[in-house]
Design a protein around this ligand. Structure first.
Ligand SMILES: NC(=O)c1ccc[n+]([C@@H]2O[C@H](COP(=O)([O-])OP(=O)(O)OC[C@H]3O[C@@H](n4cnc5c(N)ncnc54)[C@H](OP(=O)(O)O)[C@@H]3O)[C@@H](O)[C@H]2O)c1
Length: 306
């Protein structure tokens, strides 16, 4: 397949472009952060600049488009709501319409944060109630994608993994700080079901192969607190778990409101795939194996201009 991955310098897009390029011809769109890759073709473009969506699609002629580009830093969206609205809500709809007209398939990436997290265990039928600018703009993006292109897949995710500059995921946060002997907080009152970006990438490719469409929760079948996640990373890497102080998110000094219980039900997708979504431990094992095989170094060497 010819696959266009947007956000190919980001946490998800980069890992996805690398995983997909093992079997497919991949084009990766980046904006400010240059990337050097032999595995896939890197293209530069600002999705907010008029004509970029059409130019990139015409240039690459993809059969599948996986849209990972977003304003994905929650507190940055709070500071810049207009740009968050354009990038997270309007561009996805534009892209969905254009991809649909050309006959390609689209997988649009959304977030577990569309829910307020008062209850947890959310299914695709449950009504979202976003608490932050990030979450509101991402929810509006889901709606505009499915309105413009009902055959698209909208995937609500949560993830961790190794990133280009080593700073984009909670897994990296715990690994780097604990390795440096630094004390960190681990929230005991925020629950999530993260998947390793590389595993998430493989699931996306299967969803496209199966020609699924509509809304899916694509997260781990197992959920835990951010504190517990930190402990599991520490144990796997042989780091001092005593450096993780149990804390409440209220003590975290975060700008945007966070949803406490973002556990999602994955039954719809597991039925479509014919198997359960991965649990936490196999993901952390692979996160560790990637580290042992110097994957983080491979990624940092791809950061052109660094
Ligand atoms: N990370 C998480 O834990 C998490 C959780 C739930 C959902 N998600 C969703 O997963 C997706 C990927 O998130 P991520 O964490 O991988 O994001 P990320 O690491 O912050 O990367 C964002 C990507 O978007 C690109 N981008 C931003 N503005 C752009 C523009 N104007 N034109 C073109 N590209 C632009 C960036 O390109 P440059 O850097 O080159 O400018 C970068 O490649 C997003 O839809 C996010 O909402 C993420």
């Amino acid at each position: 397949m010819r696959i266009l991955v947007t956000g190919a310098s980001g946490l998800l897009g980069l890992n996805l472009a690398l995983e997909a390029s093992e079997e497919h011809t991949v084009f990766g769109l980046v904006n400010h952060q240059p990337v050097r890759s032999e595995a896939f073709t890197v293209l530069q473009g600002d999705l907010l600049a008029p004509g970029t969506v059409e130019r990139i699609l015409d240039q690459t002629q993809p059969e599948w488009v996986i849209h990972c580009a977003a304003m994905a830093v929650v507190d940055a969206c709070e500071s810049n709501p207009l740009q968050a609205q354009q990038l997270n809500s309007e561009i996805p709809g534009e892209l969905a319409a254009y991809v649909g007209r050309g006959g390609a398939r689209l997988l649009h990436v959304s977030t577990d944060a569309v829910f307020d997290g008062q209850r947890g265990g959310y299914t695709e039928q449950d009504i979202p109630n976003p608490l932050s600018t990030y979450a509101r703009t991402k929810l509006a993006g889901e709606v505009s994608v499915l309105e413009a292109n009902p055959a698209a897949i909208v995937a609500r995710v949560n993830l961790y993994g190794w990133s280009l500059l080593g700073k984009r995921s909670l897994g990296e946060f715990f690994y780097h700080n604990l390795s440096a002997g630094k004390q960190v907080q681990g929230f005991t009152d925020v629950f999530f079901c993260p998947l390793l970006a590389n595993d998430l990438a493989k699931i996306f490719l299967r969803m496209l192969q199966l020609s699924l469409s509509g809304l899916y929760h694509v997260v781990s079948s197992e959920c835990l607190s951010k504190y517990e996640f930190g402990l599991r990373v520490a144990r796997k890497f042989g780091l001092d778990e005593g450096l993780i102080t149990p804390a409440s998110v209220a003590q975290g000094g975060l700008k945007a409101a966070r949803s406490p219980n973002l556990t999602l039900n994955t039954q719809k997708l597991s039925q479509a795939l014919g198997e359960k979504l991965p649990a936490i431990e196999p993901g952390i094992d692979r996160f560790y194996q990637l580290y042992v095989h110097q994957y983080p170094q491979r990624l940092s060497q791809m950061a052109a201009g660094e």
